[in-house]
Design a protein around this ligand. Structure first.
Ligand code: NAD
Length: 365
C-alpha cells in the first residue's frame, strides 16, 4: 500500500499532510510513503528531513497513491490523475466543493472528509477539528497581542507601573480555551465566556474569570444550540455593558451546522475603548462580529476588527504534525493485512465518507 501527499496549493496554505515522524510509523507497518517534491518545505519539513519516503512529481504521486492524504481539497486538475479505487482523505469541505466531489465519485475514488467524524471518544485521535482549533486559538491570541497597542502583562518599570490588558474570549470550546491559556501566559487579565455553563470550570482552571451573562444554551453532544431572539438580546445587552472595560476580544463561537452566531454588533464595538481590538476567529464561518470582513483587518472609528482565515496554517509545523497524526489514526482503520479495506459498518467511516462506489455521499444542509 502507498500513502501519498501532494504539495498543498490553496492560497495561504503552508501545512503538509505527511510529516517525517508519521512516515516512520507508516513504514513500520509496511506502508510505502510517497510525496510530491517540496511538499513539506513551507511547513518546515524539507525533503531531506523525510527518511524512508520517496519524492516525485505530482503526476507520478497521483498515479501511485492508494491513499492520498491532504489538508484541503486538491484543485480539479490534480484530482484528475487519481486512480479508480484510490482513497482521498482530508479536510475536504464537501459543501464548498460539490463539483470536485462529483468528479471524484465519477472517477471511482472514495473520499473521506474528516471534519465530518463524530466527536466520540474513539474518534478523538483523528479529530482534525480539535487539533486545528487548538492551533487557531493560540494563533488568534498572538495576532491580538501583536495588534494591541497595549502590553498584555503588568509591568513595573522605572517609568512607572503598567496595568495588564483586559482580554475577553467569547466561546470557550477547544479554540477558545487555547486562546485563554495563551493570553494568560502573556500575562493578561483574562475572562472567558460561553453559553455552555459546563465551561465555567474549564475557564477557571486556566486562571481566567468566567463571565456570567445569565444565558445557558447547552445543546446536544457537548455543543451549543442556537440562541432564541430573546436570549440573544439579553446576552448582547449584558455583554455591551461589560465590553466598555475590555481591551481585546477574541471570539470563537460556533454552532455545528449553522452560520457563526452574530454576537458583537457595530454599536457594541463602538462602545469599546478607542484602541480596542476584536480578533474574530469565526471569520471563516461568517464571523461573530457584524464588522468582520473575512481575511481583512478593518479600522472602525479607532477600534480594530481582524477576521483572520486559516489560522492553523500560521503555525504550519505543529499544525501539520497534529493533522498528520490524525490522518494516520484514521488511516489505520482502512489498512488491512492485504491492502485497503473499507468497512462501512464502522460509523467513523460511514459518517465521514463523502464519495464511494461512483456516488457522492454528501448532501449539504
Ligand atoms: P465549536 O467550535 O462548535 O464552538 C466553539 C464554542 O462556542 C463552544 O464552546 C460553544 O459552546 C460556543 N458558543 C456557541 N454559541 C455561542 C454563543 N452564542 N455565545 C457564546 N459562546 C457560544 O466547539 P468545539 O470547540 O468544537 O467543542 C465543543 C465541545 O465539544 C467542547 O466541550 C469540547 O470539549 C467537546 N469536544 C469533544 C470531543 C470528543 O469527546 N471527542 C472532541 C472535540 C470537542
Amino acid at each position: 500500500v502507498t500513502v501519498a501527499a501532494l504539495r498543498e496549493t490553496a492560497a495561504g496554505e503552508r501545512r503538509v499532510a505527511i510529516v517525517p515522524e508519521v512516515v516512520k510509523k507508516l513504514r513500520a507497518s509496511g506502508v510505502e510513503v510517497l510525496l510530491e517534491r517540496d511538499a513539506g518545505v513551507s511547513a518546515g519539513f524539507p525533503d531531506d528531513a523525510y527518511e524512508d519516503a520517496t519524492f516525485d512529481d505530482a503526476e507520478a504521486v497521483l498515479a501511485r497513491a492508494d491513499l492520498l492524504w491532504c489538508l484541503q481539497m486538491p484543485e480539479a486538475s490534480r484530482l484528475a490523475g487519481l486512480r479508480r479505487g484510490s482513497v482521498l482523505i482530508g479536510a475536504l469541505q464537501p459543501h464548498r466543493h460539490a463539483e470536485s466531489l462529483q468528479r471524484l465519485a465519477g472517477q471511482g475514488v472514495t473520499a473521506f472528509a474528516l471534519e465530518l467524524l463524530p466527536r466520540t471518544t474513539r474518534a478523538q485521535a483523528m479529530d482534525i477539528l480539535s487539533s486545528q482549533a487548538a492551533v487557531a486559538g493560540y494563533r488568534a491570541m498572538l495576532i491580538a497581542a501583536e495588534h494591541c497597542p497595549k502590553f498584555f502583562p503588568m509591568l513595573t518599570t522605572a517609568a512607572g507601573t503598567i496595568r495588564p490588558s483586559r482580554v475577553l474570549v467569547i466561546g470557550a470550546g477547544v479554540a477558545g480555551l487555547q486562546a485563554i491559556a495563551t493570553a494568560r501566559r502573556l500575562g493578561a487579565q483574562v475572562e472567558g465566556y460561553d453559553v455552555r455553563s459546563e465551561t465555567r470550570e474549564q475557564v477557571q482552571s486556566l486562571g481566567a474569570k468566567f463571565l456570567e451573562l445569565g444565558v445557558d444554551a447547552a445543546g446536544k453532544g457537548g455543543y451549543a444550540r442556537e440562541l432564541s431572539a430573546e436570549e440573544r438580546a439579553a446576552q448582547q445587552q449584558a455583554l455591551a455593558d461589560h465590553l466598555a472595560g475590555i481591551d481585546v476580544v477574541v471570539t470563537t463561537a460556533a454552532v455545528p451546522g449553522r452560520p457563526a452566531p452574530r454576537i458583537l454588533t457595530q454599536a457594541m464595538v463602538e462602545g469599546m475603548k478607542p484602541g480596542a481590538l476584536v480578533v474574530d476567529l469565526a471569520a471563516e464561518g461568517g464571523g461573530n462580529c457584524e464588522l468582520t470582513h473575512p481575511g481583512e483587518q478593518i479600522d472602525h472609528r479607532g477600534r480594530t476588527v481582524i477576521g483572520p482565515l486559516n489560522l492553523a496554517s500560521g503555525a504550519a509545523f505543529h499544525a501539520s504534525q497534529m493533522f498528520a497524526r490524525n490522518l494516520q489514526h484514521f488511516s489505520a482503520l482502512l489498512l488491512g493485512e492485504d491492502g485497503v479495506l473499507l468497512d462501512f459498518d464502522d460509523e467513523l467511516l460511514a459518517r465521514s465518507c463523502v464519495a464511494h462506489g461512483g456516488e457522492v455521499r454528501f448532501t449539504a444542509g
